[in-house]
Design a protein around this ligand. Structure first.
Ligand SMILES: Nc1ncnc2c1ncn2[C@@H]1O[C@H](COP(=O)(O)OP(=O)(O)O)[C@@H](O)[C@H]1O
Ligand SMILES: [Mg+2]
Length: 263
């Protein structure tokens, strides 16, 4: 599904330079006829490599669908998604899976760790699935960096929610993906654990050069990002650079007005 284009046109080469993620007129409709819901309506944007972007919008505005389509977990009905200049169109399910395993990381609200595996085993899993070499020292370093260097043999049920999410962050970082997608990563956490997670996501961007896209409904979480994309009714409804908590909260209120005005 991800068709590798000519190497010269990839990544930092020709075309939109340094764009880690690009969506062009991405649309997705669930159901058909009377029950059809247009979850995404020709969404177009590009995110530069090494940036932290929050995606916000009312419930049902298409945030999760956007993330799923951009991450190759779901197929848009139409439109183009590229990651580091490599295009997601056509191709087989196996090709898509391979692409995803090597270039994309995920963090979910409910952690999605395997209960029967240790912290270290959970972290290594994406490398195993991608049949990549496991550098034990690097795995240990990654877990140490998220504050879990002394928890390698623990199982998820022996950890707090914040610790579990930090395992999920280590798991997302260990393959050195181009883009990390996070859907409400702090949604289930207390304020302090949420802050730890947000600082780690910032560090992934600033120190390791990853590109992070995070769905959140929380203006405080969004203020950790470099910019915010606002969605309303499956459409892009604005962008804010260097967001502050107050500015984001204010914009969200008016976003509701815009939707009402269009309806
Ligand atoms: N699997 C699905 N089947 C049918 N409708 C769906 C499905 N997933 C999402 N939707 C609908 O698509 C719209 C966007 O949903 P979603 O992307 O989950 O929004 P958000 O994450 O912003 O709350 C909503 O109207 C939702 O009800
Ligand atoms: Mg959602």
């Amino acid at each position: 599904m991800f068709r590798r284009t000519d190497r010269r046109t990839e990544g930092h080469g020709a075309g939109p330079a340094g764009m880690a993620l690009r969506l062009v007129k991405v649309s997705k409709t669930y159901g058909s006829d009377d029950s059809a819901v247009r979850a995404l309506d020709e969404v177009t944007f590009s995110l530069a490599s090494g940036t932290f972007t929050a995606v916000m919008g009312p419930s049902g505005s298409g945030k999760s669908t956007l993330l799923q389509c951009a991450a190759g977990l779901d197929r848009p009905d139409s439109g183009i998604v590229t990651v580091d200049g490599a295009q997601m169109t056509g191709g087989t399910e196996a090709e898509l899976t391979k692409f995803r395993r090597n270039r994309i990381g995920f963090i979910f609200q409910q952690y999605n760790l395997l209960d029967t595996l240790t912290v270290a085993q959970n972290t290594i899993l994406p490398l195993k699935l991608a049949r990549r070499r496991v550098n034990r020292e690097r795995v240990r370093d990654t877990l140490t960096a998220v504050g879990l260097g002394n928890r390698l043999g623990h199982r998820p049920d022996q950890l707090s929610g914040g610790q579990r999410q930090r395992v999920a962050i280590a798991r997302a970082l260990v393959t050195e993906p181009s883009v990390i997608f996070a859907d409400e990563p702090t949604g289930a956490l207390d304020t302090r654990s949420a802050r730890d997670v947000l600082l780690l996501l910032q560090e992934a961007v600033r120190v390791h050069g990853r590109t992070v896209v995070m769905v959140t409904h929380d203006p405080v979480a969004a203020s950790y990002a470099d910019s915010v994309l606002f969605l309303a009714d499956g459409r892009l409804a604005g962008q804010m650079h260097q967001p502050t908590v107050d500015a984001v909260a204010e914009r969200l209120v008016h976003l509701g007005d815009d939707v009402m005005a269009r309806a």
